[in-house]
Design a protein around this ligand. Structure first.
Ligand SMILES: [Zn+2]
Length: 286
């Protein structure tokens, strides 16, 4: 089992995860409907007996309709909203939208380049495939939690060029949040022995409808050589509130995550920095 930064023969893995916040402001609709007085007089058919003051009634309705809006603050999911249901403006802009990232799709294979272990000025180019993306309440290694769901990707990297044979290769993958652009704090992960596998567990927060909600990421990865091909297989899973679509998993050239002396950089590259890099691959858990 490969742990963070552990060097297997000719394979070095770096795995990081990042996260974001989000929140939900509940604005339970206080009805904006004005209920009209019902005429419950079922006995008298003579409506002239008690004439209604229609002008006064209209005035009252008008006052109710022109109530002073009380706005909840906008968040990443909703514009500012009044209890009457009216909205104004737009939701907060998503950090990822500013940079025009393109997302990769599950089931397709993309070129992926990363720095070599023995010489980080040299790169190996291989591929990344997100084999499967699923949203489940629970499955093996991922227990159910009320109000949360698991968003899970299984991915495979393959390297077989001359450089991976000569110098081995690092890889780096992190999770960022589509909305606030943040990532998991590095160093908070713990290694957990699950039912069949070890995995890294990290806590992070998302802001969903205006509320910060604690979530969890679990990372599994392992590598081996098969027929002269270096194959790394991983699973990245996030436990998020049901419906939350802000997780983004990034496969990054490890050169961007290491210092001159080979230490893992903390903090990790910001979204703005990542946008200026070339070759990163972004998968959104949407
Ligand atoms: Zn209102």
């Amino acid at each position: 089992m490969m742990m963070k930064n552990q060097v297997l023969p000719r394979i070095t893995a770096l795995s990081f995860c990042l996260f974001l916040l989000f929140g939900l402001t509940s604005c339970n609709g206080v009805s904006g409907i004005i209920e009209k007085e019902k005429n419950n007089d079922l006995i008298s058919a003579e409506e002239t007996v008690e004439p209604k003051d229609e002008s006064k009634k209209e005035e009252n309705e008008s006052l109710l309709l022109e109530h002073e809006h009380v706005w909840s603050k906008e968040n990443y999911q909703e514009p500012k909203t009044c209890s009457c249901g009216q909205t104004e403006g737009a939701p907060l802009p998503a950090a990822f939208m500013e940079y025009g990232f393109e997302f990769i799709e599950a089931g397709k294979t993309y070129p992926y380049t990363s720095a070599c272990v023995m010489d980080r000025t040299v790169y190996s180019t291989g591929s990344v495939t997100v084999n499967d993306y699923r949203i489940v309440e629970a499955e093996e290694d991922f227990e159910s939690k009320n109000g949360f769901e698991w968003r899970i990707i299984d991915w495979t990297m393959e390297f077989s060029d001359d450089n991976v044979h000569k110098y081995s290769v690092f890889y780096a993958s992190y999770s960022y949040d589509f909305y606030d652009g943040k990532y998991y704090p590095e160093g908070s992960g713990e290694i957990v022995t699950g039912s069949h596998h070890e995995y890294e567990s990290e806590k992070f927060f998302v802001n969903y409808f205006g509320q910060d909600i604690e979530c969890e990421q679990r990372i599994f990865h392992d590598g081996s050589w098969r027929d002269q091909v270096c194959i790394i297989e991983g699973t990245a899973a996030i436990s998020v509130p049901v419906g939350y679509d802000g997780g983004v998993h990034v496969f990054m050239n490890a050169v961007y995550t290491l210092s001159e002396s080979g230490e893992i950089i903390d903090p990790k590259p910001s979204i703005a920095e990542a946008a200026a890099q070339t070759g990163n691959l972004y998968f959104r858990f949407s």
